[in-house]
Design a protein around this ligand. Structure first.
Ligand code: ARG
Length: 474
């Protein structure tokens, strides 16, 4: 460890490297800086110390070190952890990495016995362990946030069972749906995201510690004992794989990319729906910005940022895949680069979910505006065809008749500069297109009824909304 500009902490001997075995350990300052990962991995200090405490307990349990020695090391580690937490011990950014920093402080404080901590382990299994412990914790915390987001969605859905809006395909008005139905679609995505993370958790929660550098160890260690202390569900079975495997980082980066993609799609829709052209939704002032020149503006910057940051989250996935693609077994220093990208994805996605929770909770839903907009665009044209089918016409013929009526309405609207809709078209006009059409057509194509009648499983009817809410609440 070399002194930083801030000065060397606790008067450590900065010139000697713990790993100076074959080499002198006197590296160029440029190499030191290039090699150092502590600015990135210092956030794993807790995991590193907890891992070391478990390791010491195992070494003592297996009589590899003495009980008194274990106690001395453990007490010192606990103290170091506390001091870092309280800000009393500053992590030195010029150290090589968090593992070296903690071990060096430990040895400096308790002397010779501190040097026994690294028995029967290597930084290769140590870093794999720390990263797994860290990722494990973050999976839980992201699932907690997703759960909260789903709760907000359920709440919004609950209050909008009868809020009619146009559903879109190709961003063209398609059929009537309820706002509840629409927003629950996102709830389903976030639920799958949670399931994906739960599934990943199984593969993360496997202990690599004890694999040592790559080949295992000659000491009579007890890997199971150590894994149990750290709440792992299992152990990696092959020590070479244990220190080389970063699949869980790739998977996590991928799961986070899918979450970001979902958030980004919803963000895109918020942007569209808050535009003055749509005006379906209004975001609270807390989550919008104004323009420095155009006083009328209310911009959906947070939604745009969620959409924009998704690019970086995808980039991180490609980064880790590319880092790993040509690596021979087992550990290679390239792997140190895994943390920068996964930490960035974790931070970005967590912040995006948090923004979303508050942003959608506080948004205003313009029910009347959506209902009004649903009247334009013939979103009940399918229902008109269905009406004719009910009166005995084949669907393909009914589809054509309905299409002709829609065309007629569009032409008349242009000619007379007045909205011709299926709702206000006179019965005598309807009759010109088909004798089968009667007065009951108006009731049949009423948007409320169109929604009510879509009772097929998963459809937009209120009964289905109850089911969907129940499904998400589980
Ligand atoms: N800082 C390193 C990393 O993040 C720790 C492992 C170093 N191992 C080694 N053999 N140099 O990957």
């Amino acid at each position: 460890m070399r002194g930083s500009a801030l000065g060397a902490p606790e008067g450590m001997d900065m010139s000697k490297k713990l790993w100076a075995g074959r080499t002198s350990g006197k590296t160029n300052i440029l190499a030191d800086e290039y090699n150092s990962s502590i600015k990135i991995d210092k956030r794993m200090y807790k995991e590193d110390i907890e891992g070391s405490i478990a390791h010491v307990a195992m070494l003592s349990h297996c009589n590899i070190i003495k009980k008194a020695e274990a106690k001395k090391i453990t007490d010192a580690l606990i103290k170091i952890k506390k001091e870092i937490e309280l800000g009393k011990l500053k992590i030195d950014d010029s150290a090589e990495d968090i593992h070296m920093f903690i071990e060096e402080i430990l040895t400096k404080r308790i002397g010779e016995v501190g040097k026994k901590l690294h028995t029967a382990r290597s930084r290769n299994d140590q870093v794999a362990l720390d990263t797994r412990l860290y990722v494990r914790k973050e999976i839980i915390s992201i699932n907690f946030l997703l759960d909260k987001l789903i709760e907000v969605i359920i709440d919004i859905a609950d209050n909008n069972r009868e809020t009619i809006m146009p559903g879109f395909t190709h961003l063209q008005k398609a059929q009537a749906v309820t706002f509840a139905h629409y927003i629950l679609a996102y709830g389903m995505m976030y639920k799958r995201d949670m399931e994906r993370l739960y599934d990943l958790y199984k593969r993360v929660n496997v202990s690599p510690i004890g694999a040592c550098a790559l080949a295992g160890t000659t000491y009579k260690t007890d890997r199971r004992y150590e894994a149990k202390l750290l709440d792992f569900d299992g152990l990696s079975e092959n020590s070479i794989d244990a220190v080389s495997d970063r699949d869980f980082i790739v998977e996590f980066a991928s799961d986070l990319s899918i979450i970001a993609m979902h958030l980004s799609r919803q963000a895109e829709e918020l942007i569209i729906y808050t535009s003055s052209e749509f005006n379906y939704i209004e975001l609270s002032d807390e989550f919008t910005t104004g323009s420095s020149i155009m006083p009328q503006k209310k911009n959906s910057d947070m939604a745009e940022l969620v959409r924009g940051k998704t690019g970086r989250v995808y980039g991180n996935l490609i980064t880790i895949l590319t880092i790993l693609k040509g690596l021979p077994l087992a550990y290679n220093k390239d792997m140190q680069e895994d943390k920068e990208c996964i930490f960035d994805s974790i931070d970005t996605v967590k912040k995006s979910i948090e923004i979303f929770i508050h942003m959608i909770k506080s948004m205003k839903i313009h029910k009347d505006r959506m209902r009004e907009d649903a009247l334009v665009g013939f979103i009940n044209a399918t229902d008109l065809a269905d009406y004719l089918v009910n009166k005995g016409m084949a669907f393909r013929d009914a589809y054509k008749v309905s299409g002709k009526i829609v065309n007629y309405c569009i032409e008349q609207s242009v000619a007379y500069d007045k909205q011709y809709t299926l709702e206000n078209l006179l019965l005598e006009t309807y009759k010109k297109f088909s004798k089968k059409i009667d007065r009951d057509v108006y009731d049949f194509i009423k948007l409320e009824n169109c929604v009510m009648k879509r009772m097929s499983l998963g459809g937009t009817s209120p009964k289905n909304i109850d089911r969907q809410i129940e499904f998400l609440s589980k």
